[in-house]
Design a protein around this ligand. Structure first.
Ligand code: PLP
Length: 231
């Protein structure tokens, strides 16, 4: 296993440094450990180092880990593409769904989340690059989708998420993040309660923090290369 303690300290230190460089408090930026393709033992070890929030991309893989690690009381985020016919499983077992991008999915999640659970927290995934065929909703469609989520008592709208195209030029990467931050600011005029801007991965979380990210989703920089193949 890679040195998880060292990796976690290094990523946390880089987050703190990026915050200081941009006049932000480190407490404003939450670290989501992306554990897809990582073994249960590595997640358990990372939890032992104090990390509480983990992200998974595949429903079956995520459910198996949630069950295996139920004793730890971790916070699980679903961050992968989600078919409507698997929405009920995500609604039943995850705390947060970050990849919501269409009304049909909102309706399926809302129906399946039980009244006796806390509301499922929702991030709307936005296609900030404007490329056809990518996951995420077009920015113009965002206001009606946000309204739909806000009207569902079993859901709670928390903010936006994006996965911009990787780009070698940090300033180009930063522009995509700034577009998402601007969309979030617009949306907040109508939904003052939203507070989460999920953007930035292992290769670009520093630029994302510069642009206002409140949640960075980091996988390989924490766990090393992914081992298990996704199912
Ligand atoms: C895999 C993944 C990540 C983490 O990617 P790394 O480059 O390993 O940090 C973050 N967000 C999403 C949506 C992912 O699918």
């Amino acid at each position: 296993m890679p040195d998880l303690n060292q990796n976690l300290r290094r990523v946390r230190a880089a987050i703190d440094e990026a915050c200081r460089a941009h006049g932000r408090e480190p407490a404003e930026v939450q670290l989501l450990a992306v554990s897809k393709g990582q073994p249960v033992a590595a997640i358990r070890a990372m939890a032992g180092l104090g990390q509480r929030a983990f992200g998974e991309n595949y429903v079956q893989e995520g459910l198996a880990k949630i069950e295996a690690l139920a004793d730890l009381g971790l916070e699980w985020h679903y961050i992968g593409r989600l078919q409507s016919n698997k929405a009920a499983l995500v609604a039943a077992h995850f705390a947060v769904c970050q990849s919501v991008d269409r009304p049909k999915l909102v309706e399926a999640l809302a129906r399946a989340r039980r009244d006796d659970q806390p509301p499922l927290q929702i991030l709307l995934q936005v296609n900030v690059d404007g490329e056809a065929g990518k996951g995420g909703i077009e920015p113009a469609q965002l206001p009606p989708l946000a309204r739909l989520v806000a009207e569902c008592p079993t859901l709670r709208l928390r903010g936006l998420m994006a996965i911009p195209e990787p780009h070698p030029d940090p300033s180009v990467r930063r522009q995509a993040f700034e577009r998402l931050a601007a969309l979030q600011a617009e949306l907040r005029a109508e939904h003052p309660g939203i507070d989460t801007l999920s953007m930035g991965m292992s290769d670009d979380y520093v630029e994302a923090i510069a642009a206002g990210s409140t949640m960075v989703r980091v996988g390989t920089a924490l766990f090393g290369p992914r081992t298990a193949t996704p199912t």
